[in-house]
Design a protein around this ligand. Structure first.
Ligand code: PEP
Ligand code: MG
Length: 606
């Protein structure tokens, strides 16, 4: 169908000012029209009808079925033409006929109409109840051909549903002007394709604050609210929305009073950001002279500019796995080399760039062949260094690219998901062999290149004393360290309430890792999202870190907090926290203390 928000139906039957919340994943306030994007299953709205609405609803349902039919016929015609021209696709043509037949099927169509009539419910609800019943019926079939028809029923119902909700069917690159995307889910790869000039904000049903989708949103500086559980149910394409990414709030069709209060908040937020940036070139140093380095996290080379403009000179974490997304072949050695060289050459000579070897797996799924792991628990599967060691060919190709680029600037290598010393030794062996190969081939590289590990698996934190004796630096990935220590899926909105960075277990682990690093004279960075969260700045400072690495937008704010504090008070605050017994207690203490010191930030929730 390829309907755009222009054809959507602004505020159909919606009361003004409906407000709901989710997880504020990327700060900022956006105001604009909703654009429903089908990037996953739509959640059907459920509405009861009065008797006099039933006839119109049945007509709406038939129109949607007709729309789906026209659309399928068009696709079929196009595919047939292509088959004739290119000789491809014929073997799947029959699928269109199966789906077209279903659009006239009694069980699917007539029974849905009966449900609308008898139960007096809206068409989306009736269709989903009916298709669920048919799918269950097919599921129980002995014959495998018939059993597989359940997916045809699901696809046909989904197509009708899209016509009913008038939601966008096509891909992200079709978006042509400033809209707010509303989707059931967006993958990190989808999010990476968003153009901040065309997308004012996004809202999703699924997702957590440290999911990579949220991380990319912050990198692109697109306000986002994720994990709402109900956005696609409550919002129609074309609805007028206010998205508050700071507090995780969404207003649908706001009243003039609500709108003007948000316009004011938007302005306040923007001027706060403008004022922060004035400190850009000043050091991150406390008033009693403790200096810490602030660095930026990037996912793509283009973000380097934003890191510099927000006042950092180092890249503390380059998530290179994003180079592997949205493509079918892994990058060549030359592509790795040119990409990393471009990054180091775009930075001042004194800058250092920490390149993390690819951390694919879990929510960062590549389209590359053999990279798909059919696992019910991908976060515990073949990801990070495990995948690198499993696919040494791809690992070595990347290492050669990094090492070659190290001749042109100050690079460091960082390895993700290391769980213990044996795994570290295997990985170091691959690095040593790759260096030896390059040396034999006479290719220049930095022979003293520093190699570090992410501390993000609890076992690595526990044996961090052993790791520290075998490595040049640590970078603590709090996103995963929290996920694995507290056993909560960082992308799952249902357990986001368990995401407690100040949980006593996390604070103790952080302290242990940093103390072990200190004892071995190993520098230590925190590069998880916790590093860019102003509420935690003084506690982290008190731990005595060398560096905090974060999204560009967080840098000026974190710098301001450090510049207005003393190291002594940060230490005291940490010591108080370490005496407390629960995350709730610690969080309340920190919120009170930080609110008192920085009322503008914490009481106004900027
Ligand atoms: C982390 O786990 O904290 C981290 C920085 O890595 P990522 O978010 O890419 O998993
Ligand atoms: Mg991680």
């Amino acid at each position: 169908m390829t309907k755009t928000a222009d054809h959507n139906n602004p505020g159909r039957g919606r009361e003004r000012g409906c407000v709901f919340t989710g997880i504020g994943a990327s700060p900022g306030i956006a105001i604009g029209r909703a654009f429903l994007l089908d990037r996953g299953k739509l959640k059907p709205r459920q509405e009861k009808l009065s008797s006099d609405q039933v006839e119109a609803e049945i007509r709406r349902f038939h129109e949607a079925v007709q729309g789906a039919r026209r659309e399928l016929e068009e696709i079929k015609e196009k595919t047939l033409k292509r088959s004739d021209r290119e000789g491809v696709g014929q073997k799947h043509d029959y699928l269109f006929d199966v789906h077209l037949l279903m659009l006239g099927d009694k069980m699917l169509i007539d029974d849905t109409v009966t449900l609308i009539k008898e139960k007096k419910i809206n068409a989306e609800w009736a269709l989903s109840l009916n298709s669920e019943k048919i799918i269950n019926f097919f599921k129980q079939m002995q014959d495998s051909y018939l059993r597989e028809r359940q997916s045809d029923v699901a696809h046909v119902s989904e197509r009708i549903l899209r016509h009913l909700t008038k939601s966008e069917y096509d891909s992200i690159d079709k978006i042509s002007r400033g809209v707010i995307i509303v989707a059931h889910d967006l993958s990190p790869a989808d999010t990476l394709q968003l153009n901040p000039e065309k997308v004012k904000a996004f809202v999703t049903d699924l997702g957590g604050r440290t999911s990579h989708t949220a991380i990319v949103a912050r990198s692109l500086e697109i306000p986002a609210v994720v994990g709402t559980e109900q956005a696609t149910e409550k919002i129609n394409g074309g609805d007028h929305l206010v998205v508050d990414g700071i507090e995780g709030r969404i207003l649908v069709n706001p009243s003039p009073e609500q709108l003007s209060s948000y316009l004011e908040k938007q302005q306040q937020y923007n001027s706060f950001q403008e004022q922060l940036i004035l400190n850009r070139d000043l050091p991150a140093e406390t008033t009693d002279g403790f200096r810490i380095s602030l660095a930026g996290n990037i996912e793509t080379p283009e973000e380097t500019e934003s890191i510099l403009s927000h006042g950092a000179v180092d890249i503390g974490l380059y998530r290179t796995e994003f180079l592997f997304l949205n493509r079918r072949n892994p990058p060549s050695e030359e592509e790795h080399f040119q990409t990393y060289r471009k990054v180091v050459e775009s930075l001042p000579p004194e800058s250092r760039t920490t390149i993390r070897t690819f951390d694919l797996g879990s929510d960062k799924i590549s389209d590359l062949d053999h990279f798909h792991e059919d696992s019910i628990n991908p976060a515990l599967g073949l990801r990070g260094i495990r995948l690198c060691l499993n696919r040494r060919d791809i690992f070595v190709t990347q290492l050669r690219g990094i090492l070659r680029a190290s001749h042109y600037g100050r690079l460091k290598i960082l390895m993700p998901m290391i769980s213990g010393l044996a795994e570290l030794r295997q990985a170091l062996e691959v690095i040593d062999e790759t260096k030896a190969d390059l040396a034999r081939e006479g290719i220049p590289f930095d022979r003293e290149i520093k190699v570090g590990v992410m501390i993000e698996v609890p076992s690595a934190a526990v044996v961090s004393d052993q790791l520290a004796r075998n490595i040049d630096f640590f970078s603590i990935g709090t996103n995963d360290l929290i996920q694995y220590t507290l056993a909560l899926d960082r992308s799952n909105e249902h357990v986001s309430y368990l995401y407690e960075p100040l949980h006593p277990a996390i604070l103790r682990l952080l302290k242990k890792v940093i103390d072990n690093a200190r004892a071995a004279n190993v520098p230590v960075t925190i590069c998880g999202e916790m590093a860019g969260e102003p509420l935690y700045t003084l506690v982290l400072l008190g731990l005595g870190l060398d560096k905090l690495s974060m999204n560009a937008i967080s840098i000026p704010h974190i710098k301001q907090i450090i510049r207005q504090s003393t190291f002594v008070e940060a230490r005291q605050m940490l010591e108080e926290c370490l005496k407390m017994e629960t995350a709730v207690e610690i969080e309340a203490f920190i919120a009170r203390e930080m609110g008192r010191r920085f009322p503008e930030t914490f009481l106004m929730k900027i």
